[in-house]
Ligand binder design. Structure first.
Ligand SMILES: Cc1cc2nc3c(=O)[nH]c(=O)nc-3n(C[C@H](O)[C@H](O)[C@H](O)COP(=O)(O)OP(=O)(O)OC[C@H]3O[C@@H](n4cnc5c(N)ncnc54)[C@H](O)[C@@H]3O)c2cc1C
Length: 398
């Protein structure tokens, strides 16, 4: 799937979002970064424009659109403001898509309603001692009768403090203290005793969305909170990772969008800026940089669209999602860095968006599965075997 093969409906969607991004979203982007405030006004805008819950089925009030449709919107929003692009990812992919795939009727209605009303759900997996090795998590959910008591700490939770709906992963233990596997639970901040937002991380970029430490202290949940049952040692986690392939495609799309935005700025500037009596794009050294940037972007876009299209009847393919995220995140960092270079000293100024883009884009080889760990995913898929990453046997990485 390439940009040129898009249907007229998709081109219209992309163009509509591009115009929106160029207007109000671009106008607010620098302020969102500077103030480090969550852009609730942009959330309202996305809500009005039906860009929240695009992938939620119409039966639950959503648009019933495809991953690729969401990707087209996210790409354009991210070119203007990566924070707004991430909000679009997390209201169309990741936690919400896990609930819509694996949840009960009540859970689906609850989650869809909250997202369509403007809530960006938080997904809680990472812990201080369990990052890439997510299977090593120690947050526990102990069964007490038909209820669960959750204790533990998660960190780097996107939206901690602004998100209401939380999808929390914990190791489930039966009443005899035997481990059942990893399960996923829904909890609503401010309505669930024991769910505490403890600290906001001072992040390098993407500053309009808080990254927070979330603590669970004797947090009691009813049986209706369980979305992804443990079902044996690996099943709960496998379901999570399946849903997470959509989030990975979303993250790759934000990186792609940021790089597209930076590239467009550099392209325009290369025509305007003159040195030695001619536009700087007449120097072959810069022409080749532009050529390389456009090649990387075209290849990244093709991988992202292909991965998104692979999930037409379910979640995106794991291999394609991992390939797209590794290549796009690394290419985007390189493209943004080159784009900044086109501006000389101006690129280093906080008055232009390039430095913000360089800070924002840096995240995407880290969050949601690092480039190294995703290379493991690619390798195990092409080799048809998974090598244990721990010294003494199996551990499920992300
Ligand atoms: C901005 C941001 C937002 C995030 N949002 C969320 C969120 O909403 N929810 C959530 O649960 N988490 C979130 N995360 C956490 C993110 O998913 C983790 O940071 C990531 O999985 C890596 O874990 P770690 O930071 O503990 O690094 P570590 O796992 O400690 O890794 C350190 C280094 O070792 C490498 N490494 C580790 N294991 C291997 C291996 N087997 N092979 C090769 N290399 C390896 C890594 O690639 C990395 O370079 C977010 C992170 C960031 C930066």
């Amino acid at each position: 799937m390439t940009a040129t093969a898009l249907s007229p409906d998709r081109i219209a969607l992309r163009d509509r979002v591009r115009a929106l991004a160029a207007g109000p979203v671009t106008a607010r982007a620098a302020e969102v970064d500077r103030s480090e405030q969550y852009p609730w006004d942009n959330v309202e805008l996305l809500k009005r424009e039906k860009l929240l819950g695009m992938t939620i089925p119409t039966a639950y009030g959503g648009q019933g659109r495809t991953w690729l449709d969401a990707v087209l919107a996210i790409e354009e929003l991210s070119a203007a403001c990566a924070v707004t692009g991430r909000i679009a990812v997390e209201t169309n992919m990741g936690a919400i898509s896990a609930v819509m795939a694996y949840g009960s009727e009540e859970q689906k209605k609850l989650a869809a309603g909250m997202v369509l009303d403007g809530d960006k759900p938080a997904i809680c997996i990472t812990e201080p001692e369990a990052g890439s090795d997510a299977g090593g998590m120690t947050t526990r959910a102990d069964r007490r009768g038909n209820r669960f008591v959750v204790n533990g700490r998660k960190h780097w939770i996107t939206g901690g403090g602004v998100s209401r709906l939380h999808l929390i992963f914990a190791k489930v233990y039966d009443t005899r203290g035997e481990e059942e596997g990893i399960g996923g639970f829904l909890a609503i901040r401010d309505e669930t005793k024991g769910l505490k937002i403890s600290k906001r991380e001072p992040t390098m970029g993407l500053r309009g969305i808080p990254e927070a430490v979330v603590d669970f202290e004797e947090m009691e949940l009813g049986p209706d909170a369980l979305v992804i049952p443990p079902r044996g040692l690996k099943k709960g986690f496998a379901d999570l990772m399946n849903a997470y392939n959509s989030q990975r495609v979303g993250a790759a799309t934000v990186a792609l969008g940021i790089a597209q935005g930076a590239y467009r700025l550099a392209l325009d500037w290369s025509e305007t800026r003159e040195q030695f009596g001619r536009p700087i794009n007449e120097f072959q050294g810069l022409q080749w940089k532009l050529a390389d940037m456009s090649i990387r972007l075209a290849a990244a876009q093709a991988l992202v669209y292909k991965a998104a299209a692979s999930g037409e009847n379910g979640f995106p393919d794991m291999l394609m999602a991992a390939q797209a995220k590794v290549f796009t995140s690394e290419s985007a960092i390189a493209v943004v860095n080159e784009a900044l270079q086109f501006f000389g000293a101006r690129g280093y100024s906080r008055e232009l968006p390039l430095e913000r883009m360089a800070r924002d884009v840096r995240m995407f080889t880290i969050g949601g599965g690092t480039a190294e760990v995703l290379r493991n995913v690619v390798a195990s898929s092409i080799l048809g075997k998974k090598l244990p990453q721990t010294r003494d046997g199996w551990s499920e990485g992300r």
